[in-house]
Design a binder for this molecule. Structure first.
Ligand code: FAD
Length: 442
């Protein structure tokens, strides 16, 4: 249920293990690389972290090359600027490659490859509920998206041995489970009021030294740069810069091109130049009030033969760029679970356990920062444990600007290649503290 990134990854994994895979998706996805209503965030910048790219290449080898053939860029460290204010993070000596591509094109490339697999098909319909038998899900109730001449929608039940909920952060699965006598997973919400504004600009060939991904994070509490906390510019297909500005709370990065450019003029190091080209798509804004996760592991009574993946389980503060890579890691959990020989007539506990490790790790990175910000903004006292963690993180991010080893450890966690607990290794913390002290002394 759901044919976006998480649903497509699930279908890819299931295609190796099932006779028939049906993706139930209401949107018409036949148009190539077009924005669509089921994914309202798809006009905003979408960074595919190295963890996500690794999985995509494993399951769909050559997708990065196909993206490049369509004008996207695969950008190595020499053409990236990742920094805090105008200070560039220390290079870690690892060839991290970012695929700079518009989200609709990336989704199209993944969809074309997945739906070309011999036993994968798409049912253009909205999932409306589940059918059960003997404590397990046995089918998906649906209403076809298209209507007949009389305006009637065909409804039906699609029989299924295994069902994946990939309906995104507004998934109705919990509601259905509650209605059908099962437990509703607890919904955890964390205020993270992000305001995005993204526009596209012509990218003349005058930036050869910065082919892609300028990511700039302004963590100064007083938001001096016109309220912009994060700014990113990505050289995507069509010789364009996809430029995103993000502000928290009441800080809105602007709705018009003039406002947008005015904010960019305050940003180091070269956002002014980047946004000086002709506008190829006007500013599109997006607001998200909170991060959310659903605690399936805590639910006592769930049906068998059902799992949830992607944003339907956890949808994070998007500036950390974790969503698509999380979906890929959930799909990898699904592959491990199905290959473990688990009894499918039992609740997918082992899958939930694996997935929780992934969700906890991503949540620790993004929600940790947001929780500390909320305490700071409210002027309330930060709990001791969190205070220590934030202090350690501040030392690590500070040291990452000057020390290659700390920068490498930090990147591996930010890019979802390593668990965040690796950052709390005492030797690394000592190195970070020493680097920070050295920087202060000089
Ligand atoms: C502003 C913003 C910026 C982001 N930036 C990044 C980024 O830089 N990097 C990154 O990795 N992630 C980013 N994300 C997150 C990313 O968009 C998602 O994690 C990603 O799309 C995977 O989500 P998904 O497939 O679980 O759900 P979605 O992409 O939300 O898709 C849900 C799908 O379910 C379908 N659906 C809904 N209801 C039904 C139904 N009843 N029946 C059948 N189908 C249904 C919808 O049509 C849609 O296709 C960002 C998100 C936002 C909001």
């Amino acid at each position: 249920m759901g044919g976006s990134i998480a649903g497509l990854f699930a279908a890819r994994v299931l295609s190796d293990r099932a006779r028939k895979v049906v993706i139930v998706e209401p949107d018409d996805t036949s148009a190539q690389a077009q924005s669509r209503s089921g994914v309202p965030q798809d006009q905003q910048v979408h960074t595919l972290l190295p963890a996500g790219r690794r999985w995509i290449e494993r399951w769909l080898p050559g997708v990065s090359q196909e993206a490049q053939d369509r004008g996207a860029s695969l950008v190595g460290p020499d053409k990236q600027f990742v920094g805090y204010d105008d200070i560039r993070q220390a290079p870690d000596g690892v060839d991290h490659q970012f695929l700079a591509v518009g989200r609709p094109l990336l989704e199209t490339l993944v969809r074309d490859r997945v739906t070309a697999l011999p036993h994968v098909s798409v049912l253009r319909a909205q999932a409306t509920g589940l059918r059960y038998g003997d404590g397990a899900v046995t089918g998906v109730r649906f209403a076809e998206a298209a209507t007949d001449d009389q305006g009637t929608r065909t409804e039906g039940v699609l029989a299924a041995d295994f069902v994946v909920d990939a309906m995104g952060r507004s998934s109705k699965l919990s509601h259905w489970l509650g209605q059908d006598g099962y437990d509703q997973p607890r919904l955890e919400r964390l205020a993270a009021p992000v305001n995005y504004a993204t526009a596209l600009f012509e990218r003349p060939a005058k930036f050869p030294e910065l082919e892609v991904a300028t990511v700039l994070q302004l963590f100064t509490p007083q938001y001096p740069s016109g309220g912009v906390s994060v700014a990113a510019a990505t050289a995507i297909e069509g010789q364009q810069w996809l430029v995103m500005l993000m502000g928290y709370g009441d800080n809105r990065p602007g709705r018009t091109i003039d406002e947008f450019r005015a904010k960019c003029a305050t940003l180091p190091p070269n956002f002014s130049e980047i946004t000086s080209g002709d506008v190829t798509r006007d500013v599109v804004t997006y607001h998200q009030a909170e991060s959310r996760r659903r605690h399936f592991t805590e639910a006592g009574r769930l049906p068998a033969r059902l799992v949830s993946m992607g944003d339907a389980v956890a949808s994070f503060n998007p500036v950390y760029g974790q969503g698509m890579s999380s979906a890929a890691l959930h799909a990898s959990c699904l592959a491990s679970y199905l290959d473990s020989g688990a009894d499918l007539d039992e609740v997918a506990t082992e899958f939930l356990r694996l997935q929780q490790v992934v969700v906890d790790a991503a949540w620790a990175v993004s929600a940790g920062g947001d929780a500390a910000r909320i305490y700071a903004e409210n002027g309330t006292e930060v709990p001791e444990e969190m205070r220590q963690q934030r202090r350690a993180m501040e030392q690590i991010t500070g040291a990452a600007l000057i020390d290659a080893e700390v920068s490498g450890a930090f990147n591996k966690v930010s890019y979802m290649l390593r668990h965040p607990s690796t950052l709390f290794d005492p030797a690394l913390l000592a190195k970070a503290a020493a680097a920070a002290e050295g920087a202060t002394a000089t």
